[in-house]
Design a protein around this ligand. Sequence first.
Ligand code: ZN
Length: 106
Amino acid sequence: MRIRPGRKRSLFAGIVMLLVTLVGLMMMSQYGGMFGPFIIIWLAVGLGGSAMAFYNAFSEEGLPLYEVDVEKDEQNGEPDGFCPQCGRPVGVGDRFCRHCGAPLAE
Ligand SMILES: [Zn+2]
């Protein structure tokens, strides 16, 4: 299963990265070649990040930023406990078993 950030968040991230790029351009015009390699990396990160974020915001497919294995629990793949009724793994803080609905004692 692949998860990507929502459109609004992607759009916001793209705008932030564009601002980062703009700041880089301003620094470049102010300091000339003093921060040469640093500015180039800065601009590359800003442009790359904004391009990726805007691509996510406007395309149907989007780029998956991370993947999750739905078979495993979120924390290190270790379940926090097991349902006393059906024996399946349940998360910590779960009040009811998400498989059979049995109430869980915490
Ligand atoms: Zn259960």
